[in-house]
Write a protein that binds this ligand. Structure first.
Ligand SMILES: Cc1cc2nc3c(=O)[nH]c(=O)nc-3n(C[C@H](O)[C@H](O)[C@H](O)COP(=O)(O)OP(=O)(O)OC[C@H]3O[C@@H](n4cnc5c(N)ncnc54)[C@H](O)[C@@H]3O)c2cc1C
Length: 397
C-alpha cells in the first residue's frame, strides 16, 4: 500500500490516521474533512461549551500535529464521489485522490423537521458552529423548547436550565430515551429532570410550529401552545453516505461493513457513527453505534486491520456516557426495553445505582447512574459473555 485516504476529519478520522502511523505505515496519508476547523471534540458542545464554561481552543482533538504525522490535510473540502474501479475519491475542489486504502469516517448529521427547518430561532446541534449559534441565542433567551428527549436533547435541556432559561422538552414516546432505556429508568430520568425544573413532557404530539420567519410557539395536538424564543431539534441523526451513492459500495443505514469493519470492497473500511456492522457479542446483530469511546476503539482496530492486512472482528461492548446536571449516566452493551432488569448497587431512592440487563440468560447491557466503577465491571462481564445470574452475583454491591 502506498497511499491511504481518510474521509471525515473528526474523532474517528483523526484517531485512525494516528493509529495508521503508529502501525508503521510510512506512505502517503491524506485526511479530508468538510468542516473548516481542525478536528475537535463534540461531547462538550451540549455541555460545558454550550454553557460558556470552556473556550473553543480547549476542544481540539489534535495530539500530534499534522506535520508530526506527515499528514496531508484537506480541511474545508468535501468528498463528493467514490470511483471504486479507479480507486479514487473525488473532492468538491475538483481534485481527485487516488488510494490503495480508504477509511470512511463521515459520521452523521442531525435529522430536521420540515415544519421548523430554516426558521431563524430553530437549531440542531452537531458542529462547533451549531453550538456557537445555539449558545448565543440561549444567552438572549427566556424560554427554550427542545424537541426530543434522547440523550442529546436532555443534555441540552440541562444546560439550558443551568443558563437560566425556562425549558420544556417535548417527546412523543412515553418515556425519555425510550429506544435505549428500560421504561423504569426512563421514569427515573424524567423525575430527575422534573425535580430540577425541566418541564419534560412525554407522550405528546406536535401539531404545528407557529410563527413566520421564527417559531413563536409549538402547538400540541391537545391544543396547548408552548411559547419559545429558541427551539432545538434533537430527534436523532442520519449517516453521511450520500457521497457514496452509486459507487457500488454497499450501504444500509450507513456503510455496510463486516465484523472487521471492512466495507464491501477490499481495502475500504468504515468506522464511527457512519459504520454499520454485525456485532459478534450480540449474535451478529447489525448495528451502528453513535458513541465516542466506540469510535476511538474502532479507529484502533481499523488501522490494524488495514495496515497489517488482518480481519480481526470488533468485539468491544458499546460504551457511552451522558452528563445531565450533576448526574453522570453511562451505558454499556446492547440493552433493549424488553430485557430482564436487576438493580444492583444502590437504588432509585439513593439516585445512584447500576442496572443490569439480561436476555436469554446472558448479561447484554448495563446502565450506571453515578456508578462508574461498577460499570467497568459490567463491561468486562458482557465481553466475557457472562450469564445474567453470574454477573448479578459478582457485581452486587
Ligand atoms: C453534541 C454532541 C454531544 C455528544 N456527547 C456524547 C457523549 O457525552 N458521550 C458519547 O459517548 N458520545 C457523545 N457524542 C457522540 C460522539 O461525539 C460521536 O459518536 C463521535 O463524534 C463520532 O465520531 P465520527 O468521527 O464517527 O463522526 P463525526 O464526529 O460526525 O465526524 C464526521 C466528520 O466528517 C465530516 N464529513 C461528513 N461528510 C463528509 C464528506 N462527504 N466529505 C468530507 N467530510 C465529511 C463531518 O462534517 C464531520 O466533521 C456526542 C455528539 C454530539 C453531536
Amino acid at each position: 500500500m502506498e497511499s491511504i485516504v481518510v474521509v471525515g476529519a473528526s474523532l474517528g478520522g483523526l484517531r485512525v490516521v494516528e493509529n495508521i502511523r503508529r502501525e508503521g505505515f510510512s506512505g502517503r496519508l491524506t485526511l479530508v474533512g468538510d468542516e473548516p476547523h481542525r478536528p475537535y471534540d463534540r461531547p462538550p458542545l451540549s455541555k460545558e461549551f454550550l454553557r460558556g464554561e470552556v473556550e473553543a481552543d480547549r476542544l481540539s482533538l489534535v495530539k500530534k500535529s499534522e506535520a508530526e504525522l506527515s499528514l496531508d490535510t484537506r480541511y474545508g473540502t468535501r468528498a463528493v464521489g467514490l470511483d471504486l474501479a479507479a480507486r479514487r475519491v473525488q473532492l468538491d475542489s475538483g481534485e481527485a485522490l487516488d488510494f490503495d486504502g480508504l477509511v470512511i469516517a463521515t459520521g452523521a448529521r442531525p435529522r430536521r423537521i420540515d415544519g421548523a427547518a430554516g426558521k431563524e430561532n430553530v437549531f440542531v446541534l452537531r458542529t462547533l458552529d451549531d453550538a456557537r449559534a445555539l449558545g448565543l441565542a440561549l444567552r438572549a433567551a427566556k424560554r427554550a423548547v427542545v424537541v426530543g428527549a434522547g440523550f442529546i436533547g436532555l443534555e441540552v435541556a440541562a444546560s439550558c436550565k443551568a443558563m437560566g432559561v425556562e425549558t420544556t422538552v417535548l417527546e412523543a414516546a412515553p418515556t425519555p430515551c425510550a429506544r435505549a432505556l428500560h421504561p423504569a429508568l426512563g421514569d427515573f430520568l424524567a423525575s430527575f429532570h422534573h425535580a430540577r425544573g425541566v418541564d419534560l413532557r412525554c407522550g405528546v404530539s406536535i401539531e404545528a410550529f407557529e410563527g413566520e420567519g421564527r417559531v413563536e410557539a409549538v402547538r400540541l395536538a391537545s391544543g396547548e401552545r408552548i411559547a419559545c424564543d429558541v427551539l432545538v431539534i434533537g430527534i436523532g441523526v442520519t449517516p453521511n453516505v450520500e457521497w457514496l451513492e452509486g459507487s457500488g459500495l454497499s450501504l444500509e443505514n450507513g456503510v455496510r461493513c463486516d465484523e472487521s469493519l471492512r466495507a464491501s470492497v477490499e481495502g475500504v473500511y468504515a468506522l464511527g457513527d457512519v459504520a454499520s456492522f454485525p456485532h459478534p457479542l450480540f449474535d451478529g446483530e447489525r448495528m451502528r453505534i453513535e458513541h465516542w469511546t466506540t469510535t476511538v476503539e474502532q479507529a484502533r482496530l481499523v488501522a490494524q486491520n488495514l495496515v497489517r492486512g488482518e480481519a480481526k472482528a470488533f468485539e468491544k461492548a458499546p460504551l457511552f456516557w451522558s452528563d445531565q446536571f450533576e448526574l453522570k449516566i453511562q451505558g454499556v452493551g446492547r440493552p433493549s426495553p424488553g430485557d430482564e432488569m436487576a438493580i444492583v448497587c444502590g437504588s432509585f431512592e439513593e439516585g445512584r445505582f447500576l442496572a443490569l440487563f439480561g436476555r436469554g440468560g446472558r448479561l447484554v447491557g448495563a446502565y450506571g447512574f453515578g456508578r462508574p466503577a461498577e460499570l467497568v465491571k459490567a463491561r468486562m462481564a458482557i465481553e466475557k459473555r457472562a450469564s445474567f445470574d453470574e454477573a448479578r452475583a459478582s457485581i452486587q454491591g
